[in-house]
Design a protein around this ligand. Structure first.
Ligand code: NAP
Ligand code: GDD
Length: 332
């Protein structure tokens, strides 16, 4: 292949929130983009439907070593972004073995594929602030000790360290981005931010009466997913493989998120939010706050979207979607 042919990137988890934004970014940067998708009985490509003609899909599953090796061998990518995971924390208590298989061992399967097919492939691992768990210091940096509080967090710690281990054992360009919570209108409906903004829109339009939530005191360092996928790409454009914390540098409670979201449509959150212990977790991560100084200095990365702008963007998107759906149902 000629040296000026487009660079090839493979994304596992392309059908997820981050995968969809990263695919757009890589297409804009001129890459040929390959998305790993697993077999399902119905299509799950809603988030990338608008760009599907420009993407290449390869069938594989992170729980199946042969399929992963075949996918990497067929595509021969220059860069791999390993975003696939069982990523919902409460599910990790219900399905701890499955979560470990995908979110922990799945990383080794990807790294093994790279080691066997071509060790020069650059590899990005989607590590998580959930690894800090019961935080040992605040703010959290690349050097903060890990203390995970969920099977998901434990699985992510494994993925984090196996990535470092392959880097050090096999001299591979394998890096971890320790990303703090990042959200968008494409966030899954079960995560608290989207659960809130979706409910705000439905309550405003008279489709729902109340919003049942768990721990309102939990604090998170929330940013915008589109900003965060740029950091993922930047990490693979460096000369040396290094791990980075990516965060907004601010922390806000679930309660504050509710207040801003409801206020944005002129409602008082306290009239609609009901605390339901059903949504409490067996072990909670009470506070996350990241220090992304290293990313600022070495990647030149900064978060560009404020917390309030993020909340409002998500509410606006859900309002638009529900209004459009209402208009269609009223016509028919
Ligand atoms: P997401 O929306 O839940 O997407 C997860 C993706 O993984 C989906 O495309 C899913 O495919 C795929 N997947 C799951 N199991 C798979 C398997 N066995 N084989 C192949 N693909 C599989 O997650 P996200 O929010 O975009 O997050 C991306 C990554 O970053 C995840 O690893 C997550 O744990 C990590 N992370 C996220 C955040 C955050 O705040 N968003 C923060 C830190 C780290 P299907 O469509 O088939 O289900
Ligand atoms: N999901 C959910 N639903 N969370 C709730 C609710 C509720 O009804 N009520 C309160 N919360 C609290 C949770 O207890 C938690 O403290 C916080 O809201 C955030 O929950 P999620 O939005 O589910 O995200 P998460 O922080 O557990 O995990 C996300 O961020 C991690 C990075 O720190 C996921 O995207 C993970 O995949 C990611 O690694």
């Amino acid at each position: 292949m000629a040296s000026d042919s487009p660079r090839r990137a493979m994304i596992t988890g392309i059908t997820g929130q981050d995968g969809s934004y990263l695919a757009e970014l890589l297409l804009d940067e001129g890459y040929d983009v390959y998305g790993m998708v697993r077999r399902t009985s119905t299509e799950t490509i809603e988030r990338v439907n608008h760009i599907k003609e420009r993407l290449n899909f390869v069938a594989a599953d992170l729980t199946d070593q042969t399929s992963v090796i075949d996918a990497v061998n067929d595509v021969r990518p220059h860069e791999i972004y390993n975003l696939a995971a069982q990523s919902f924390v409460p599910t990790s208590w219900k399905q701890p073995i499955f979560t470990g298989n995908v979110t922990a061992l799945g990383v080794t399967r990807m790294l093994e594929a790279v080691r066997m097919v071509d060790k020069s492939i650059k590899f990005y691992q989607a590590s998580s602030s959930e690894m800090f768990g019961d935080v040992r210091e605040t703010p959290q940096t690349e050097l903060t000790p890990l203390y995970p509080r969920s099977p998901y967090g434990v699985a992510k710690c494994y993925g984090h360290y196996i990535t470092i281990n392959y880097r050090e054992s096999y001299d591979m360009f394998a890096v971890s981005g320790i990303l703090f919570n990042h959200e968008s209108p494409r966030r899954g409906l079960e995560f608290v931010t989207r659960k809130i903004t979706n409910a705000v829109a439905r309550i405003k339009l008279g489709l729902q009466d109340e919003l049942r939530l768990g721990n309102l005191d939990a604090k998170r360092d929330w940013g915008f997913a589109l900003d965060y996928v740029r950091a993922q790409w930047l990490m693979l454009q460096q000369d040396d493989p290094e791990d980075f914390v990516i965060s907004s540098g601010e922390t806000h409670s679930v309660r504050e998120f509710c207040r801003i979201a409801f206020e944005h449509v002129g409602l008082d959150w306290e009239k609609y939010v009901v605390v339901d212990p059903k949504f409490y977790r067996p072990a909670e991560v009470k506070l996350l706050l990241g220090d992304c100084s290293k990313a600022r200095e070495k990647l030149g990365w900064i978060p560009e979207t404020s917390f309030a702008a993020l909340v409002q963007m998500m509410v606006d998107a859900d309002m638009l979607r529900h209004k459009a759906e209402l208009a269609v149902s009223q016509k028919s």
